[in-house]
Design a protein around this ligand. Structure first.
Ligand SMILES: [Zn+2]
Length: 198
């Protein structure tokens, strides 16, 4: 027996999420069928709003509901230090630490020859523009401790250092292959305190 179309469509949508197989997708769909209508409407509205109300900061590339983002607008932050991360979740992880008071730059990816991701495919040109236009003294490269993260870090170092700007890399309290967004605050704090110059 086939599912009625609305059910099949929702199962299909859930199946596109990471870590959700066909069985879980069906279970979630039938769960939603049992939920009260207000909760379902709110859930559906949140899904629509997350795409409609969010944009990328034109300065740092972070995901935001105001442009420039609240971090770029914050006058109390140190604009001479830019911490470069792979994605917005890394910014949120760093912010949870409450120890970093510089600004950010979000690459939205890493260099990966294997997957055909080159410098033009990630947010590097905007970083170079910032380095030319703003008074930046240090760039902390906080890409993940993966092969791609390391390659991206080396690339940025070679690109930025000739301009006389200090380039540092997070210390490896972070295990090789680990993701910054999942690191606890103490590990991140040690990684940033122990950063070394490239
Ligand atoms: Zn910003």
């Amino acid at each position: 027996m086939q599912y009625p179309l609305p059910i099949a469509k929702l199962i299909n949508s859930f199946s596109k999420l990471p870590g959700i197989g066909a069985k879980t997708a069906a279970r979630l769909t039938f769960y939603i069928l049992e939920m009260n209508e207000n909760d379902v409407t709110e859930f559906a509205q949140s899904l629509i709003n997350i795409k409609r109300d969010l944009t990328y900061c034109n300065i740092c590339g972070n995901i935001t509901d105001i442009d420039p983002c609240s971090i770029c607008q914050d006058e109390t932050r140190d604009r001479s230090v830019v911490l470069v991360v792979e994605d917005s979740q890394d910014v949120m992880a760093m912010e949870r630490m409450h120890e970093y008071d510089g600004v950010y730059h979000v690459l939205h990816g890493v260099l990966s020859p294997m997957e055909g991701t080159g410098p033009d495919d990630i947010n590097i040109s905007q970083l170079i523009k910032r380095l030319q236009e703003e008074e930046i003294e240090e760039v902390i490269v906080a890409t993940n401790a993966t092969a791609e993260g390391e390659a991206t870090s080396m690339y940025l170092s070679r690109l930025i250092k000739p301009a006389g700007i200090k380039v540092t890399r997070l210390a490896h309290g972070l295990a090789v292959g680990s993701d910054i967004e999942y690191a606890d605050e103490m590990t991140l704090y040690r990684a940033i305190e122990g950063r070394r110059e490239l």
